[in-house]
Design a protein around this ligand. Structure first.
Ligand SMILES: NC(=O)c1ccc[n+]([C@@H]2O[C@H](COP(=O)([O-])OP(=O)(O)OC[C@H]3O[C@@H](n4cnc5c(N)ncnc54)[C@H](O)[C@@H]3O)[C@@H](O)[C@H]2O)c1
Length: 447
């Protein structure tokens, strides 16, 4: 018997309530649910679709794209969108901070030229910026904020009738994962695309290597090893005029409520490939070890700098998963797959076994360009893509690994999918916010 798929979730309480700009007061989560999402969910999805502008299948009509979260990846994704389809125009931008928005706007003006059509009236700043953008006349949105905001932004985008390119991970806690699963179902009912930023699924060489493995080139899979061993990422410092909330959001990587910790934020790419190899069936259980050995200063928030997790599937297959963000160590990012008749390296695109194989195909387009090509081609052709289920399950796989390491306990899939953990802060306001303690195995509990 395979581990249970998530039960059809009931509509969970909205995860995010956000205000316009600092330092105004915020509605609480309950009010947000009542005022926006809840009202529409309680009503008719078809009516919502009726209000949305359909993007035209087969045509060459302009597709207006709005960018929510104008950082490194959001700006990059906007360029992928522009390159993917002649008719794409970036017409609106939403950001928590004006300086970040203007920086991205300048970069895009240089790179996208006249395909950037964002006037001042379509630049929205603050926690509520996404709502203003969704109310503007865009057909497609790119969601590229820190992952914490994804469940609420995705729900609002789908209910506003927009096709979505949705960066990974899609949540930071199981409550958010269930919310996204439910939104993905709504998207199907509304004939809207959700394409995930789990970009390796759109890499031609990885796809072909996966196909070889699934067609039996290494026999039955016995074990998988996932390595994502890298150095440190950026840190944006602290300015005296910043509130604690602003500091945390600007340095979101280092706060679990915003990023999910790096096992969720970054290592999800590898864990997603393990899920893919296992036919997108979830494992039964996992255990893990982790900690922070080098990034111990308070500037690094409270996240770990290394994790090691052992996942076990119902059929006995195990995945040994290692990730580290520490400078000056041996780095390696690869998926090693051991089978009864051979072995494979997914990122190297090689198979050694009864018949050695190496991917012979073209290198390009890049996976980032390709996911947008397929996204826009699908919208034009009416072949809508919905990656909602796997992007949610892979996010949960990473969350359960994190919780096994944080608590020092075994975590089952059923515990993870049913967990009530919700890392949403009590209030969204530009003032004080708790600095969570570093998790301590044996002491920290999983809700
Ligand atoms: N697929 C990939 O290979 C890949 C690569 C990098 C990042 N990512 C993902 O993309 C997302 C963004 O990462 P990034 O590297 O661009 O980070 P970033 O910090 O450069 O950009 C995120 C931006 O979102 C803004 N923001 C924060 N809260 C917001 C809110 N509530 N509303 C609007 N804007 C808000 C931030 O100010 C920031 O400018 C993350 O989920 C990350 O995991 C994916």
């Amino acid at each position: 018997m395979s581990p249970s798929r998530p039960k059809k979730p009931s509509i969970p309480e909205e995860k995010v309530a956000m205000s316009k700009s600092p330092p105004s007061c915020q509605p609480n989560r309950r009010e947000f649910l009542k005022n926006s999402t809840g009202a529409v969910v309680g009503g008719s999805l078809a009516a919502t679709l009726g209000a949305a502008r359909a993007v035209h299948a087969g045509g060459s009509e302009t597709i207006r794209v709005g960018l929510i979260g104008c950082g490194g990846r959001g700006s990059g994704a906007a360029m992928n969108a522009v390159r993917a389809d002649e008719g794409v125009r970036i017409t609106a931008m939403a950001e928590a901070f004006d300086d970040r928005l203007q920086r991205s706007r300048q970069i895009l003006a240089r790179q996208a030229g006249d395909k950037l059509e964002v006037d001042d009236d379509h630049c929205f700043v603050g926690f509520d910026a996404y709502k203003d953008l969704l109310a503007s006349d865009v057909d497609v949105v790119i969601l590229a904020t820190p992952p914490h905001f994804r469940p609420a932004h995705l729900r609002a985008a789908i209910l506003a009738g927009k096709h979505v390119f949705c960066e990974k991970p899609v949540a930071v806690d199981p409550t958010g994962v269930r919310h996204v699963l439910e939104t993905a179902t709504m998207a199907k009912q509304l004939n809207l695309s959700i394409v995930s930023g789990l970009c390796w699924r759109y890499d031609l060489g990885v796809r072909e290597t996966m196909k070889q493995i699934q067609d039996g080139a290494i026999g039955d899979i016995v074990a998988i090893q996932e390595n994502y061993l890298t150095g440190t990422l950026w840190h944006r410092g602290r300015k005296p005029e910043w509130s604690e909330m602003e500091f945390q959001i600007r340095n979101w990587l280092y706060f679990t409520w915003l990023s999910g910790d790096h096992i969720v934020e970054q290592f999800i790419h590898s864990l997603d490939k393990a899920m893919w190899l296992m036919g997108d069936q979830p494992p039964k259980r996992c255990f893990g070890l982790g900690g922070r050995q080098v990034r111990t200063d308070e500037k690094w928030g409270h996240v770990y700098d290394h994790f090691a997790v052992g996942y076990e599937w119902e059929n006995g297959v195990k995945t040994y998963a290692f990730t580290r963000q520490i400078a000056n160590c041996r780095n390696d990012v690869e998926d090693y797959v051991l089978g009864t008749k051979g072995r494979a390296r997914v990122l190297k695109h090689t198979i050694e076994g009864e018949r050695d194989w190496r991917y012979p195909g073209p290198k390009g387009p890049s996976m980032y360009d390709n996911e947008h090509r397929e996204f826009f081609a699908g919208i034009r052709a009416g072949n809508l893509i919905n990656n909602g289920e796997y992007m949610s399950y892979s996010t949960l796989l990473a969350i359960m690994g994190r919780e096994a390491c944080y608590t020092g306990q075994e975590i089952t899939w059923d515990e993870a999918i049913n967990s009530t953990q919700d890392l949403t802060p009590a209030e969204y306001q530009w003032g004080d916010v708790e600095v969570p303690a570093v998790a301590r195995p044996g002491v920290t509990k999983f809700a």
